[in-house]
Design a protein around this ligand. Structure first.
Ligand code: PLP
Length: 392
């Protein structure tokens, strides 16, 4: 990305030589993204990330098919980006049906029976909170038989597990760079050749008329490189992540035998662990771990801070008392076994500390800064929520 900022400054739409160098960088990235998901480069539309990609696919397909019906079906566990696009449609008079999930977090493909007038179904590839994989291929097959378009939010799965746009059988697939160790604010919609798409932004014909606006060149180049590295390392990296997850889950069980691992037993992403420690509310646990230098998410990362139980866990039938104790631990490209062990050690102290907050109102992590290298900034940042002096 750095050469783009310093050296590739021209607008990719400019006809002069510098512009054409920038254009070549965009087209190289398009090939890299297409290769990751086995699509044609001309099926790749660059966006500002997953949220825009989901909106472009859902609104773009729905508006283009408006004459055929005004109904859409989505799974009950979709990301806010998908729910948000559906709110726009609902405001315009569309009906939105929610496909239920079982206690394993998965939609039952055999039960998919779209109502009359449904023009689009949206089913994510992997859930952002639990990592649970959905039966996208099977649902897409049934949708196709009924003449219904299919959108798949693959933001969480792309780059972590193998993904084939064509064999999934969907019309629209969305990826985001920052979920593949790339930059924030860049992503892509992969749209099947011939699939209807009404653009959200009408500009000067950018992205084949599908997304107006001058391209974010550094972001796009970063996305391309992230996609290429993810494709190159996919098999080895997903095996490595799965081994680390197993180590982490074994450690979690050793820390608390009553820990509830959400989505356990279902096919899942290799990097995600969603666990409730009954009695340790997730915001309290988040703070107790933060004070020990460990960053976790309570509920969806994008909605961090809310104490409300996650709608995803509620849709899976998880009781409220357990759902409000859920935290998500994500394992990344640079995570090592030693770091996983450090998290387990931190949990050993943080879970009882967070459980105590529920009964006493104090986090009680005195001495943590000395033993875990927590910075003053981290303690300051978290103290307002825990009350003055709550984090020593
Ligand atoms: N969809 C899923 C499943 C996500 O996890 C996210 C972000 O975390 C998004 C969509 C939104 O992507 P972005 O942050 O690139 O807008």
């Amino acid at each position: 990305m750095q050469p783009c900022l310093a050296d590739l400054y021209a607008n990719p739409s400019s006809l002069h030589r510098e512009g054409q160098r920038a254009r070549a960088a965009v087209e190289r990235a398009r090939e890299q993204v297409a290769a990751l998901v086995h699509a044609h480069p001309d099926e790749v539309v660059f966006t500002s990330g997953g949220t825009e990609g989901d909106h472009l696919a859902i609104l773009g397909a729905a508006w283009a098919r408006r004459a055929a019906g005004t109904r859409i079906a989505i799974s009950a566990v979709e990301h806010h980006a998908v729910h948000g696009a559906c709110e726009v449609l609902a405001d315009q008079g569309w009906s939105v049906d929610h496909l239920p999930v079982g206690s394993d977090g998965r939609v039952e493909a055999g039960a998919f029976a779209p109502a009359d007038g449904t023009v689009l179904v949206s089913l994510m590839f992997a859930n952002n909170e639990t990592g649970v994989l959905q039966p996208v291929e099977q649902v897409a097959r049934r949708a196709r038989e009924a003449g219904i378009l299919v959108h798949c939010d693959a933001v969480q799965g792309a780059g972590k597990v193998a993904l084939d746009f064509r064999s999934l059988g969907v019309d629209y697939l969305v990826v985001s760079a920052h979920k593949m160790s790339g930059p924030k604010g860049a992503g892509a919609l992969i749209t099947r050749r011939g699939a209807p798409l009404s653009p959200l932004f009408r500009g000067s014909g950018h992205e084949g008329g599908r997304r107006g606006g001058t391209e974010n060149l550094p972001g796009i180049v970063g996305l391309g490189v992230a996609a290429e590295w993810a494709a190159r390392d996919l098999v080895a990296e997903s095996e490595r992540l799965a081994a680390l997850r197993q180590r982490l889950e074994a450690g979690v069980r050793a820390v608390a035998a009553d820990a509830v691992l959400h989505g356990e037993g279902a096919p899942r992403l290799p990097n995600t662990v969603n666990v409730s420690f009954p009695g340790a509310r997730s915001d309290h646990l988040l703070m107790a771990l933060d004070a020990r230098g460990i960053a976790v998410s309570a509920g969806a990362a994008c909605a961090s801070g809310a104490v409300e139980p996650s709608p995803v866990l509620r849709a899976m039938g998880v009781p409220r008392a357990i759902a409000i104790c859920a935290v998500r631990l994500s394992i990344g490209r640079t995570t090592t076994a030693a770091e996983v062990d450090a998290v387990i050690e931190a949990l050993r102290e943080a879970v009882p500390a967070a459980t105590r907050v529920g009964s006493t109102g104090a986090v009680g992590v005195a001495g943590a800064a000395a033993t875990t290298g927590v910075t003053a900034a981290a303690a300051t940042a978290t103290s307002p929520r825990g009350g003055p002096g709550a984090l020593a």
